[in-house]
Design a protein. Structure first.
Length: 251
């Protein structure tokens, strides 16, 4: 069997794209939408406060109702994300006195995902790095811990859907197949027809991205975007704070 000799796997959120900024923009957009349908005209500060309270309340509800009863059981990242978004939509509608119908919750949840995709942007230097790595002959894939809707629509919006193969998303792979579980990395390697020794993982999380990849025999580059100093027993192959450093490191 012929194996791909050079394959790079990227984490998606906060490695290729600024997921935190996109989520913030999406929350602001749907909060304005929820307020406009209620007849209330809150100030910008009130909009922000109600939105953040709704988001925190949603996270707390899912922690209590999903994660706590689950214990050490396998996490279904697709379900968990869907529960958070639905709970956020319900809390946000309630914050503006709107009727809490299943249709209203679904409509607002869909609007959140649409706004998230439209608000997702590449981090600085990512486009240049990907172009240079592609020109150098690297094949590139994605290994992401997320729901499918957090990854594929933004990739299409950015015009990058055809640039990555495979795209392995924990929300599609099933409960428990989530970083740092080596199984998600093994599935990516099999899908790419690539041996671990010929692959490199690039991600921003030491425990999930770096530890999981190293367990499978892959080299791993830590994208230390914030120049953090973290106590960890993980030893990445290399550390970069800008993905434009990757071509010089890998070519």
């Amino acid at each position: 069997m012929t194996h791909v000799r050079r394959h790079l796997f990227f984490d998606f959120g906060n490695t290729l794209v600024d997921s935190d900024a996109a989520a913030g923009a999406a929350r602001r957009a749907v909060t304005v939408r929820a307020a406009s349908g209620s007849g209330i005209e809150p100030t910008a500060n009130e909009l922000h406060t109600r939105s953040e309270h709704a988001w925190v309340a949603a996270a707390e509800k899912v922690d209590r109702d999903y994660y706590a009863p689950l214990g050490d059981g396998p996490i279904d990242s697709q379900l968990a994300a869907e529960l958070v978004i639905a709970a956020y939509s319900r809390h946000l509608l309630a914050a503006f006195g709107s009727e809490l119908t299943s249709s209203a919750v679904r409509t607002l949840s869909d609007a959140y995902l649409q706004e998230l995709a439209l608000s997702t942007a590449l981090l600085p230097g990512v486009g240049e790095a990907l172009a240079e790595l592609s020109s150098a002959g690297f094949r590139m894939g994605i290994i992401s811990d997320n729901m499918v809707e957090y990854v594929e629509p933004p990739l299409r919006h950015l015009g990058l859907a055809d640039h990555f193969e495979p795209v392995i998303i924990s929300g599609r792979e099933g409960p428990g197949v989530i970083k740092p579980n080596p199984e998600i990395f093994r599935r990516a390697l099999r899908a790419a027809n690539c041996e671990a020794s010929n692959a490199v993982m690039i991600g921003d999380n030491l425990e999930c991205d770096i530890a999981g990849a190293r367990t499978c025999g892959m080299r791993a580059v830590w994208f230390n975007r914030a120049a953090d100093i973290q106590a960890s027993d993980q030893e990445p192959y290399a550390i970069v704070d800008d993905l434009r450093e990757l071509p010089d490191l890998l070519i």
